[in-house]
Design a protein around this ligand. Structure first.
Ligand SMILES: *Cc1c(COP(=O)(O)O)cnc(C)c1O
Length: 384
């Protein structure tokens, strides 16, 4: 038998069979009526899952393309932008703003901790000329969820627009974008949205569009005014990844059939089970405080004497289970277990069981079944 692979990385994530089947559908003309109808339906479903009434632009690119669109359409050289950095993806958003000539005011927070709202409030007071605040909903590199609601409350009283990278959290963690005052929301297909990589989604509030209207930065493929013009005809400015549109609709149908509340509750429960499981093995979690721990990805410190990447390699080679490694300063020190999208309780038990085997293989003796049992206890006590 060929090795059975189990992807437990924060994107790309496993595909539900309905999504795989949609990928095999015959091609349609992207300027034909059928495709316009699909775009209109997909748009409505995205608005539901993104919890916004704003228009949603579907770009054929990875998530970073969506982030680039957010910056390229709003930032004029010299504009002051506040970047909230507590991990790799906060850095990426900051770097994008710098690339487009922003004068970046940076607030750094230790990796593994959430953004401190008091520090943000102070920066907003100190810099009334800030145009934009760049935030990350779910910092995938550390497994921490930031307080977007709190940030939205602060920016609502300020001229600055709140731009949120929700690439890894959207569809797994509640983010009522309009209600919380998110002005620019960016997500992508390949994480909690259960679709292959290749689509980025972005929506903008009226407050954010005012920046677009004043933006003189050069852009072409990622021009949102061009996307807006095309969307008026339920179209895209350039040839879209047609198959991914099919697949994304199938995935959103599954999310909406399960119900957003239930999807969020499922992820919370899976996250809790993973955390209890690894703690029962005597391993330490990265996120502190635990209240900020992500429901969709868990960062775990590798035990002393066990390099995280050796553990990951063994898990993959021997058991076909793929965990993600640490990035930047955390490389080799942590491994990350993703539980986003098409993931259920038994996936979590499998991951923990494999982790127990691999730790023992490497000579780090943990009682077999102890992590699995801790997760099972969470499930028996849980409601999902
Ligand atoms: C995955 C991810 C991205 C985008 O990465 P791409 O590889 O360009 O899709 C951006 N932000 C966060 C928080 C992510 O997890």
């Amino acid at each position: 038998m060929s090795r059975k692979l189990r992807l437990m990385i924060p994107g790309p994530t496993p595909l539900p069979p309905e999504v795989s089947a949609a990928l095999a559908r015959p091609m349609v003309g992207h300027r034909a009526r059928d495709f316009a109808a699909l775009t209109e339906r997909l748009h409505g479903k995205l608005q539901q899952v993104m919890q916004t009434k704003n228009e949603v632009f579907i770009l054929t690119s990875s998530g970073t393309g969506g982030l680039e669109a957010a910056i390229a359409n709003t930032v004029n050289p010299g504009d002051k932008v506040l970047a909230l950095v507590a991990g790799k993806f906060g850095e990426r958003f900051r770097d994008l703003a710098r690339t487009y000539g922003a004068e970046v005011v940076e607030l750094q927070f230790p990796w593994g901790t959430p953004v401190d709202l008091d520090a943000v409030a102070e920066a907003l007071r100190k810099h009334p000329d800030l145009k934009m605040v760049l935030a990350t909903q779910n910092e995938t590199s550390t497994g921490v969820v930031h307080d977007i609601r709190g940030l939205g409350y602060l920016t609502a009283q300020h001229a600055a627009v709140l731009a949120v990278d929700a690439v890894s959290g959207l569809g797994g963690i509640d983010l009522p974008a309009d209600e919380w005052g998110v002005d620019i929301l960016v997500t992508a297909s390949q994480k909690a949205l259960m679709t292959p990589p290749g689509l980025a989604m972005i929506s903008l509030s009226a407050k954010a569009w005012a920046l677009v209207d004043q933006c003189r930065a050069p852009r072409y493929y990622f021009s949102l005014p061009a996307a807006k013009k095309a969307l008026a005809k339920w179209n895209t400015a350039y040839t879209p990844a047609v198959s991914l549109f099919f697949a994304q609709e199938a995935a959103l149908d599954l999310i909406l059939a399960e119900g957003l509340e239930q999807v969020f509750a499922r992820h919370r429960l899976l996250g809790q089970a993973v955390r209890e499981g690894v703690k029962a093995l005597g391993l330490e979690l990265l996120p502190a405080p635990e209240a900020a721990a992500s429901p969709v990805v868990t960062a775990v410190k590798s035990p002393d004497g066990i390099p995280a990447d050796d553990l990951r390699k063994l898990l993959f080679d021997r058991y076909g289970v793929l965990f993600a490694g640490g990035q930047a300063a955390l490389k080799g020190r942590i491994f990350r277990i993703a539980h986003m999208g098409y993931v259920d309780k038994l996936d979590v038990l499998t991951a923990l069981g494999a982790l127990e085997l691999a730790l023992n293989d490497l000579g780090y003796k943990v009682p077999l079944g102890s992590g699995v049992a801790a997760a099972q206890r969470v499930f028996l006590g849980g409601v999902v």
